[in-house]
Design a protein around this ligand. Sequence first.
Ligand code: WT7
Length: 635
Amino acid sequence: MNPYHIQNLEHYFQVYRHSVDAPEEFWQQIARENFVWQKPWDTILNWNPDTAEVRWFEGAQLNITENCLDRHLETRADKTAILFEPNNPKDPATHITYRELHTRVCKFANVLKAKGIKKGDRVCIYLPMIPELAISVLACARIGAIHSVVFAGFSATALSTRINDAKCSMVITSDGSFRGSKTIDLKGIVDEALQDTPSIENVLVVKRIQSEIQMKEGRDYWVQPLVEQASADCPIEVMDAEDPLFILYTSGSTGTPKGMVHTTAGYMVYSSYTFKNVFQYKEEDVYWCTADIGWITGHSYIVYGPLANGATTVMYEGVPSYPDWGRFWEIVQKHKITQFYTAPTAIRALAKENLEFVETYDLSSLKVLGTVGEPINEEAWHWYNDNIGKKRSPIVDTWWQTETGGIMISPIPFATPTIPTFATLPLPGIQPALMDEHGKEIEGNQVDGRLCIKFPWPSMARTIWGNHQRYIDTYFSAFAKKYFTGDGAFRDATGYYRITGRVDDVIIVSGHNLGTAPIEDAINEHPAVAESAIVGFPHDIKGNALYGYVILKETGETRNHDNLRKEINQVITEKIGPIAKLDKIQFTIGLPKTRSGKIMRRILRKIAHGESDQLGDISTLLNPEVVEAVIQEAL
Ligand code: WT7
């Protein structure tokens, strides 16, 4: 049976076994049979665990855009590659065929070349979710320039830090962006960022919102007129397997953001392979991932993975709440979406709204639902399963990271039986290990530990841009010769993995290791609770005690708060045990979140510790305004 397409559970086990017994043979077969190469590899894997140096398919030559575009022209030139759904529902959606996408990427690539960009140069892309974002990513890849996409919700400071770290010579941006009923002055943010970025020579500006902006003579150029004049003939730059494809920044628990470097061949093979299997993608499907291309999810599962498979991938410009909370479901109905991939935080927000927003629309096209980014709590899982999937569509709870390049642990729909809150089984080629605090691997089942990966996989980040030592220190030092994920996990009796949260968030209470995620899950089971976050705070006897921030569904909840506190602790006692009861519960109007929707526990921890005067930089938060409110309410 074809290992590129897993058909059922037995097939999965068979493929998985082979991928562990003979990893090189396994990946060689996948690579040989499913991609086009300019030159085959000399070796499949070179791996030095002591220096954390990994090379896959060394000696091979290719271009990823030949795999994502050119090779489809024979068989699916007129098929929609990118289906663009604009912010305003009254504006028409655009269907960009493979032929048109190929032309637009070639023209854009020629514009980059004309502005002096060549192989190995770094190009920063700071664009909203419009087709030019995907096109400029692919245009860079076509000529071997290394793209560094910065999420267009980041501030000027965050942008300039990233530009300077990679010494980008160009920024691609737009006049502005539409976000729900608002517009955002992106070019203004870029201008501010560029006050202190000596490496930048040119700025290409896409016209999107028709706003008045400043154009700096000799530096800034409108893209559209240049693209119109450019030739549509742009031969691929032939890349070595290990040439960098992109840099993508991820925040560490400390220090400056880390520029994770992903390389060409391994990333292509793994993102394509996992897209095909985790979404059980079929030729006629219309696939939608709601992430932004500014995150790894968008790189791997909006752009590269889908396009390498010749899929139709949806790009949505707007937000879930505009013009109302039914927008996602309206889009699903309109485009007959077959796979829908989103984040638990979005699911929880949607679940808080009236069910009428869902019930108005026909969701019968859906076959597979996905989640990513954080542990999904049981309540949200059931809401998603009952109301969106109508209990027919398997939910793939996909665990992975910016650093891993692709999905690592996930069910395979129609093969792996799902259980809420479990990411279930490792994908082929992935060898997880749970480690104890002494650095020993924990064997057997029904165990908790620190999640490591003990064998290389093709799409792992190769280094941190400009700082390989930091890469070794962050990922290959905690446990000898293993990649340490920073997450904790539980392996159940059947070998299923449940991600319990970052181990940096583990709280030791009276000598017991407590993960924040399961406690939050328990609290969220209380019918009055919308969302919650737990942190530790110092306690005389227990060492640490638990402090819970709880958002109620109804802000005007009139029930006695002390009774509610008792009830919440009762649920925790039932779900986890009295050890996990909260000492303090603060009912709050909001939780500080990162731009990718993750709760910023660092800030909550400071507030719980009574150190709200030492919060540090909160400018990169999604909602810095809630911080003051949370401080005011603090107990
Ligand atoms: C961290 C990585 C991978 C794309 C988006 C996030 C958490 C991610 C899950 C999941 C539980 C998850 C982990 C991981 N995480 N997916 N399905 N269940 N936790 O990428 O920003 O690099 O974050 O997100 O803690 O380490 P990222």
